[in-house]
Design a protein around this ligand. Structure first.
Ligand code: GAP
Length: 524
């Protein structure tokens, strides 16, 4: 929960992050952001529907990403490839053989977990212990505190940090070597218990393929086995040459796309953080062999800047460099976000080498090469990928935005401080009362604004209650039409975050809003 700096109120922080997370989930339902899928049938595990405000927020996040990626880079174009692909795609990409998660069951609770996530969660707790000690020391020593020195000299902190590092690198090594017995041994040595029941009675660790199978064809005998794509990236790889040729693209260049992906997650949990049907926003950047690590650093920095442009707090992001690399990568990092349940992966940046294009060359028998006129040679390009989950980004925005504030007069308000550029509804137009011609003026304002913005009308209840309702829904502006409007064509415009009100002419509303909701101002 992020606190506003305004002097006249302070944030009432939720007692703990679990409470905060529960609040986010119930707020999402109450204010029309997210519903459980097929709720009238008791829902479907880890599948969610985006409601009227949620669909808008999701669309706005997608657009913010697309514009920054495609419109702001002359050498990146966007495509929209099919979810169903030729099944050999998944043989070539390695998903049939290697897209597995290590699974472990608790014999007492009968609950199923990802073994690596159990270890990562345990490691995070140890890391947080070190952080707590560091923060305590910072409070004690004040200005003169040297964090780096403290980290390397305080015995307790040194031990926490070493334990954290050792357990993650041992896990990475065991997974790399497919040594699942050692993953189980590590869980036992660390005395990791079932998070729900506390039982330590575990089964062996097994591999589980995450792809959803389906069938193409009318009759059972002739049906072809297909998979729902587990990532959008392969739709880009198989179209690499089509796009390069039809777009006359020169290396380096990128192909972007957004779309649904499906994974039969062992444990889908934490609301929309880990879903079975989700959406990705991915970009594959094709570069000269040998230049991939330079571009990898470039995209790490560029993507972090994109996140920071939304103003959700620099302290809420951190990089996590991978120790265990996927079968296709020679460098990889996550941008982690401080979700209500701790820092977790929001986006991945991967240097995927020439693995995918070479594999598709091999399995299709078609050349997927670029003739580089400057080098006068053909080669299979290397690829740097940026991959972010749209639903995870949605959760980051929603959880960061939801705040409870106690105002100067002692009253409280719940406000969703969604960055204005992403807000589902940009303005609510409110006639002060339901007569004297005020609703008609309000409607005329709406008719003008709706050409450029998603706006809404609200005339029910006292205006103060309407303000609170719009605050909680995340609407950045409330425009109130009152009796003075009849006399001088002015309205009050109220800003959600500061609650400040200004008197402006009706003719100035659109421009006033544009200042706060322009892509240029945010992305710059
Ligand atoms: N093409 C590379 C790729 O798919 P990944 O790390 O497996 O890499 C990329 O996924 C991003 O997709 C993640 O950083 C995350 O934001 C999102 N993602 C992955 N699995 C997800 C799931 N089950 N539910 C929601 N988002 C997911």
């Amino acid at each position: 929960m992020r606190c506003s700096q305004r002097f006249f109120y302070f944030c009432a922080m939720a007692n703990n992050s679990e409470d905060q997370f529960k609040k986010v989930i119930s707020h999402a339902k109450e204010y029309g952001y997210i519903f459980a899928s097929s709720e009238i049938y008791d829902g479907l595990s880890a599948v969610y529907d985006y409601a009227q405000n949620g669909a808008e927020l999701k669309k706005n996040i997608r657009e913010y990403w697309w514009r920054s990626m495609v419109y702001m880079h002359q050498n990146i174009v966007g495509i929209d490839s099919a979810i169903l692909m030729h099944p050999t795609t998944w043989k070539a990409s390695g998903h049939i053989d290697a897209f597995n998660d290590p699974l472990i069951d608790n014999k007492d609770s009968k609950k199923r977990y990802r073994a690596d996530v159990l270890i990562e969660d345990h490691a995070e707790k140890i890391y947080q212990k070190a952080q707590k000690e560091i923060e305590k020391a910072r409070g004690r020593f004040g200005e003169s505190f040297d964090e780096e020195q403290y980290k390397t000299t305080n015995p307790r902190v040194v031990k926490y940090l070493e334990d954290h590092k050792n357990m993650l690198s041992r896990m990475a090594k065991s997974l790399e070597n497919e040594d699942l017995a050692d993953v189980k041994a590590l869980i036992e040595e660390l005395e990791i218990a079932d998070p729900d029941t506390g039982s330590k009675n575990w089964t062996e660790v097994r591999q589980f393929n995450l792809m959803f199978g389906t069938k193409l064809g009318a009759s059972a005998e002739n049906a072809m086995d297909l998979y729902l794509r587990p990532e959008t990236a392969q739709g880009i790889f198989v179209n690499f040459l089509n796009v390069q040729k039809s777009g006359r693209m020169k290396i380096p260049f990128g192909i972007a796309q957004t779309g649904k992906a499906f994974r039969n997650e062992i444990v889908a949990r934490q609301f929309i953080f880990r879903m079975r049907e989700f959406e990705q926003m991915e970009m594959q950047f094709f570069v000269r062999p040998g230049e991939e690590l330079k571009w990898y650093e470039y995209w790490k920095e560029t993507r972090l800047k994109w996140h920071l442009s939304l103003g959700m707090g620099e302290e809420n992001y951190r990089f996590h460099d991978h120790e265990k690399l996927a079968h296709y990568a020679n460098a990889a990092a996550d941008i982690e976000f401080n979700f209500p349940f701790g820092f977790k992966e929001l986006e991945g940046i991967h240097s995927r080498t020439d693995f995918d294009l070479k594999a598709h060359e091999k399995h299709s028998g078609k050349k997927l090469q670029f003739f580089d006129p400057e080098m006068n040679e053909s080669y299979v390009p290397y690829v740097v990928e940026t991959s972010i989950g749209l639903d995870r980004m949605f959760l980051a925005v929603l959880s960061n935005s939801l705040q409870d504030e106690t105002l100067e007069d002692g009253s409280t308000r719940t406000v969703l401080k969604i960055p204005a550029i992403l807000a589902p509804v940009k303005a609510a137009v409110l006639p002060l009362i339901k007569r004297d011609g005020l609703p008609e003026i309000a409607q005329k304002i709406i008719e003008d604004l709706q050409w450029d913005y998603n706006v809404t009308y609200d005339e029910k209840d006292a205006v103060g209650r309407r303000y609170r309702r719009q605050d909680a829904a995340g609407t950045p502006f409330c425009i109130t039409v009152d009796h003075q409007t009849i006399e001088d064509n002015t309205v009050t415009i109220r800003h959600r975050d500061s609650m400040e009100q200004e008197r402006i002419a009706i003719s100035e509303i659109s421009e006033k809003m544009r200042e706060s909701i322009s892509f240029k101002n945010w992305l710059k």
